[in-house]
Design a protein around this ligand. Structure first.
Ligand code: BGC
Length: 713
């Protein structure tokens, strides 16, 4: 901490009463308490509020500034994909969709746009990025992740944090980032949101900690604890996780906020505390600085200190962390972030969101039917998701949070697939018929016969399938990843027409779409592309741009096959007499693998070299097709012999190259020795000398990789 910051914080802390310290640690949920109660909390000196928008924030801030010490409050919001809880703001693709671009710079720009819009609304802090890994697609929050891989997640997280926080936290358009949910929350057993993550600390360090370390290194100002528990200890009560590891080892200097009512949950869900007093003591002692929405913490903390059950210095330390961030970001001088509200949802920002949507489109299968050529005159577009902006944008927008409002009228600009295709068909003189068919959940509007009638006579069918917002998000884990409702039936009936069919997946996560994948002529994955996702899909179908998305997450063939992440540990008993491990009734391989994604051109690799002394590698990549294209060159490593099991391969680097037809480029990589490290049984990250295998290529699939072995001393 800088000396002048420390001095100011100490001076302020010295003037605070016990009550003011306890209040500073409280984050008040605006939507739950209402205006009057919120103003009372502000006058009492509450440290922060969440989910306040617009003029309400200004009124609360005025009250806070008029409190005895006049310490301004921090306004936090889930601006996780743009400032999307504000219905006029720019709505980006979900983190998962953005991750398909494998482009840290693009993600940084998304962070910048978000920061400008959040700051212009007078707010200071976004609860983003989410760094949980999506290793089990049944989990309801897969859409919020950057996918299943620690390295890709870490790279994108660091970029997003830089985008939010800029170079200077005190700049008018910088906001605080929040790395969440610390730790291993996405690994909850059975993908049951917030259940225990049945893993050891060695495993946590190996797989789940690295993205969070990247966040600390990127200067992330705040961390949020997970709802769940790790090996039976709730993260909110885990002094080892928060004090020893996060602050002690990782070097985190910001402040920690709990997740929503995590202190209350210690009593009523996790049963590690008998009452609010015990829970508050546990949380404070574990090292939480700010308590989100468990308002009972305030009275409890005061009483605990008065009764000698909690040392006041524990509160001092927490308040010091909070005040340091407030001072560093200039909050005391400028209680309101000031920006031009006209930037909220402005054309330039929408353009960045459209670019992100385009870059997120991932082509998974193509027998040549795509791009749609000028000879195709009659196209049928089928599926509710092709014309449903709510399903298209998915979770964490003004439709769903903080209080879901199904009646909310979507605010333009946005484009559904239907609108995007209508515009492009009109420009090309092609005819488009649209029929809803069905959505992901049964509805009175479903009409499969009408969809079949609309498709008869078409030269090409585009079928949009996927999920919708009632199947996405917290508390919405799925047991069955197959296409829900009558979507499979709709697919079958359309396939029976014998007309070329393109499946477009508009979904929050990988779904088990094996039938669609096997029998459709093309498969396009769009996930939730945000307000402009429909336009991006339409443009990709017509070849207006060349899709370059790569999957940040593996697709299972079937729900019973999960987890199916690519960086698995070896050891599965092979079938008698073979070298092959598999289920009796299913292959081991995913339907689509991590890193996969096609293009309207093709790339060839050769000339892999690795210099073990210099720790450099290179490979030649050539565009062998007829269109310019963007290739994501992926580098994986395998430790040939190690003291603990290490993944069959894991990503350690990637680089993107834009190549003209026929163009060739040598792509070079420089590694850090720690890129080849593992976490040993003593929980230390070490490099074990010996043989390694380096693999470079187009995706994590074995057949896509060039390989070479090398030795590290
Ligand atoms: C979620 C967090 C979110 C918080 C505030 C919780 O339910 O788990 O990710 O930031 O609510 O809205």
């Amino acid at each position: 901490m800088k000396a002048d910051v420390k001095e100011r914080v100490d001076a302020l802390l010295a003037r605070m009463t016990l009550e003011e310290k306890a209040a500073q640690m409280v984050q008040v949920p605006y939507a739950m308490v209402g205006r009057e109660e919120a103003l009372r909390w502000a006058r009492r000196g509450a440290g922060s509020f969440l989910h306040v928008l617009g003029d309400d924030a200004r009124e609360i801030q005025r009250a806070a500034c008029e409190s005895r010490l006049g310490i301004p409050v921090l306004f936090g919001i889930d601006a996780v994909r743009g400032h999307a809880l504000n219905d006029h703001a720019t709505v980006f693709p979900t983190q998962l969709a953005c991750a398909c671009a494998w482009d840290p710079e693009l993600v940084r720009r998304m962070g910048r746009v978000t920061a400008r819009e959040v700051a212009a609304d007078g707010l200071h802090w976004t609860f983003s990025p989410l760094l949980c890994l999506a290793r089990d697609p049944r989990w309801g929050r897969v859409n919020e992740t950057f996918g299943e891989d620690p390295h890709l997640t870490g790279e994108l997280a660091a970029a997003l944090i830089r985008g939010y926080q800029g170079d200077d936290l005190a700049a008018p358009d910088s906001i605080l980032a929040c790395a969440k949910h610390y730790l291993a929350y996405g690994e909850a057993v059975g993908a049951r949101d917030a259940c225990d993550s049945e893993i050891t600390w060695r495993k946590a360090r190996e797989v789940f900690l690295p993205p969070f370390q990247r966040a600390v290194d990127a200067g992330c100002a705040t961390f949020m604890t997970a709802y769940g528990s790790l090996d039976g200890t709730p993260l909110t009560a885990d002094a080892h996780a928060l004090r020893d590891v996060l602050r002690g080892e990782m070097g985190f200097e910001g402040f920690v906020v709990t997740d929503w009512q995590n202190v209350t949950s210690l009593v009523d869900k996790q049963h590690v505390a008998a009452d609010a007093l015990e829970a508050s003591a546990l949380a404070a002692q574990a090292g939480n600085d700010m308590i989100m929405s468990s308002l009972e913490f305030y009275e409890s903390a005061i009483r605990l200190v008065r009764e000698g059950r909690l040392e006041e210095r524990v509160l001092d330390e927490a308040v010091r962390h909070i005040l340091s961030v407030k001072v560093e970001m200039g909050l005391l001088e400028h209680p309101e972030k000031e920006g031009d509200r006209a930037c909220i949802g402005c054309a330039e920002h929408q353009q960045t969101a459209l670019e992100a949507a385009r870059r997120s489109v991932t082509l998974l299968k193509n027998d040549g039917v795509l791009p749609i050529g000028p000879q195709t005159r009659r196209i049928a577009l089928i599926g509710a998701n092709a014309d449903d902006i709510r399903a298209q944008v998915g979770d964490w927008t003004y439709f769903t949070h903080p209080l879901p409002d199904p009646e909310h009228v979507p605010v333009r600009p946005y484009t559904t697939i239907r609108e995007g295709m209508e515009a492009l068909c009109a420009a090309r003189g092609a005819e488009l018929t649209y029929a809803r068919g069905c959505g992901a959940v049964p509805s009175d509007l479903d009409d499969l016969d009408a969809a079949v009638r609309a498709a008869e006579g078409a030269e090409l069918i585009v079928l949009a399938v996927g999920d919708e917002i009632s199947q996405v998000g917290e508390t919405k884990d799925r047991a069955d990843l197959a296409l829900s409702g009558r979507q499979e039936e709709l697919l079958e009936r359309l396939l029976a027409l014998g007309i070329p069919l393109i499946t477009v997946l508009l979904a929050s996560k990988p779904l088990a779409i094996e039938a669609a994948a096997a029998r459709a002529n093309a498969v396009v994955c769009a996930f939730n592309g945000g307000a402009h996702g429909g336009q991006a899909v339409a443009e990709a179908l017509f070849g207006e741009f060349n899709p370059s998305g790569r999957l940040p997450v593996s697709f299972p063939r079937h729900s019973g096959q999960v987890p199916v992440y690519y960086n698995a540990l070896p050891g599965w008993h092979p079938r008698w007499g073979t070298q092959e491990s598999r289920y009796c009734d299913l292959p081991a391989t995913p339907l689509y693998a991590f890193g996969e994604g096609l293009s309207y051109t093709a790339f060839a690799y050769d000339g892999l070299t690795m210099d073990a002394q210099a720790l450099t590698a290179s490979v030649r990549v050539r565009n062998t097709g007829h269109r310019p294209g963007l290739e994501t060159v992926q580098v994986y490593v395998r430790d040939c012999v190690s003291s603990v099991l290490t993944p069959v391969r894991r990503l350690i680097a990637f680089e993107q190259v834009a190549l003209e037809p026929g163009e060739e480029r040598t792509v070079r990589f420089t590694f850090d020795r720690m890129d080849f490290s593992l976490v040993n049984r003593q929980e230390q990250r070490v490099v074990e000398p010996g043989c390694f295998e380096l693999m470079i290529g187009h995706s994590s699939r074995d057949e896509d990789l060039l390989k070479t072995e090398f030795t590290l001393d």
